[in-house]
Design a protein around this ligand. Structure first.
Ligand code: ADP
Length: 494
């Protein structure tokens, strides 16, 4: 990474943004805008269209028209593949510009943003571009005078509501399989992380995606997101975000057209360290990275550290060392390990969780505070809290911030009991040299992704999805295609 190029990009003014509907940049129907603050220093970065219900309806109408006339869905697979591959190339060619723009908007440290945002988005689009002409329908094993065919058809119009922590990465997780399957999409980025996704959508047009196939509507979740949820013309709604919004989306579906709703919600993922872990120092570093990178604003973050009692003090000391070695600061400085918290509201929520943990008997062994207030931005020190009871608020509720709660356990049985004692089930890890124990733990922990002797980094070849109140459905891998297709049976008498 070249600091001088980053600095040149950060010095550029960001033009006010608008919706992308039918291939055109359009303002809100009532002309309303909203200020976009940069978490780096709290200043106004630019403004965006504050969408109206009418804007969302116009975008959905555009997506529907694009789907029905087949301008995308009926193109030969090879032609669609070419467009998606060209789009991935354009994202890569513009990676640093996209990453810096995204960081100015959402605060993620640039090292992580570059890799996890444009880098990952391009890879995801390529994966589904390559998959789209390699996934076949089926022939059913019927009696001989019947031919039973199982077609996979696009669902039609997909609504995608995206969060602010990794907008391009998570956006691509939805856009890749949705567009590869031939659908049209209306995308609603988060209020505090729209800019890079908007730019990425513009590159799709440049790559040859026909107008109307991908529309982006900016604005408030409770206005344009709600309008998307209540639409009678959205067939499938895909979402990554908070449990409370996920709950609302299910209500919207029930109150409207019973659209299919896929939810990737939060987690309270247990990172379980046994005394026989292969390398405790390494495990501590990865445990720290697994909760503190991107200021803990990672859905699969290992936010609960469960440590075998015999190594508790030694291991916590190593995690604290690793946490204190992380440089928190300007996310556009290439030497920064942990950037800014996304918003003032999120920072305040993080601090409230720390206060509650303290009141419930936890000990703050490092961090706990807002830092770098002189910058005007939103920064928080990596925070480690020990003595967190399994039923404490910090062990039960997702913070979505750089706050690690530590709980001791005495044996495997207790580790599993504590690990499974939340409403969530998104990710987790076990650290042990005992192969049988590793496999037993993978089976026993109720979760969607279980790591062994590592944390994070699962690539696009494997599905990501939760159980329990972490949601349903899967992003990534070929399994993601299932969300964006309908099965149709043809039962043919020969
Ligand atoms: P967080 O609380 O972490 O910001 P949210 O679930 O509120 O998470 O946000 C994730 C996405 O959901 C954002 O794009 C946001 O605009 C959207 N959103 C928020 N509220 C609603 C709602 N009532 N209906 C639809 N979308 C919403």
């Amino acid at each position: 990474m070249d600091q001088s190029r980053i600095d040149a990009l950060r010095a550029l003014a960001v033009s006010p943004g608008s919706h992308l509907i039918d291939g055109q940049n359009v303002a809100a129907s009532d002309g309303a805008i909203m200020d976009i603050l940069s978490p780096i220093d709290g200043t106004v970065l630019t403004s965006l269209a504050r969408g109206t219900v009418q804007d969302m309806e116009t975008a959905i109408t555009s997506a529907r028209a694009a789907f029905e006339d087949g301008r995308w869905a009926k193109q030969p697979p090879a032609a669609r593949r070419k467009v998606l591959l060209r789009w991935a190339n354009l994202i890569e060619e513009n990676a640093l510009e996209l990453a810096v723009l995204g960081v100015r908007d959402n605060g993620t440290e640039i090292g992580m943003a570059l890799k996890a945002e444009p880098g990952s988005a391009a890879g995801t689009l390529r994966y589904y571009a390559e998959a789209l002409d390699k996934v076949y329908g089926e022939i059913a094993p019927t009696q001989s005078d019947i031919l039973g065919l199982i077609h996979k058809e696009p669902v039609g119009v997909v609504g995608a509501i995206i969060p602010w922590n990794f907008p391009m990465m998570i956006g691509a997780w939805k856009l890749g399989p949705a567009l590869a399957s031939g659908n049209s999409v209306v995308l609603k980025p988060a209020e505090t992380a729209s800019l890079s996704l908007l730019r990425m959508a513009e590159l799709a047009l440049e790559a040859g995606l026909p107008p109307g196939v991908l529309n982006v509507v900016t604005g408030e979740g409770r206005v344009v997101g709600e309008a998307m949820g209540l639409s009678m013309d959205v067939d499938v709604l895909v979402f990554t975000g908070s449990g409370s919004t996920g709950r609302r989306l299910l209500e919207y579906a029930a109150r409207s057209n019973l659209k299919r709703v896929y939810l990737e919600l939060g987690g309270k993922s247990p990172n379980i360290v046994f005394a026989d872990a292969p390398n405790l120092e390494e495990a501590a570093k990865i445990a720290a990275a697994g909760i503190f990178r991107n200021s803990g604003q990672v859905c699969v973050a290992g936010s609960r550290l469960l440590v075998e009692a015999s190594i508790h003090d030694e291991f916590v000391a190593a995690v604290v060392r690793a946490a204190e070695a992380l440089r928190v600061g300007d996310p556009l400085d290439v030497n920064t390990h942990v950037g800014a918290v996304n918003s003032e509201a999120q920072l305040q929520q993080n601090l409230r969780f720390v206060e509650t943990a303290r009141n419930e008997g936890g000990t703050i062994v490092t961090g706990g505070d807002r830092i770098l207030t002189e910058t005007g931005g939103y920064y928080m020190a990596p925070t480690v809290i020990t003595g967190v009871a399994a039923e404490a608020t910090l062990a039960q509720q997702e913070v979505f911030g750089p706050v690690l709660g530590v709980t001791a356990f005495t044996d495997e049985h207790e580790a599993v009991r504590i690990a499974n004692a939340t409403i969530y089930g998104l990710a987790g890890a076990v650290w042990t040299s005992n192969l049988s124990r590793a496999h037993r733990m993978v089976r026993a922990v109720r979760t969607g992704v279980m790591h062994v002797n590592t944390y994070g980094g699962a690539d696009g070849t494997v599905p990501l999805g939760g159980v329990g109140q972490s949601g349903n459905g899967h992003d990534k891998s070929l399994h993601a295609l299932e969300k964006y297709t309908n099965l149709k049976t043809a039962w043919i008498k020969l």
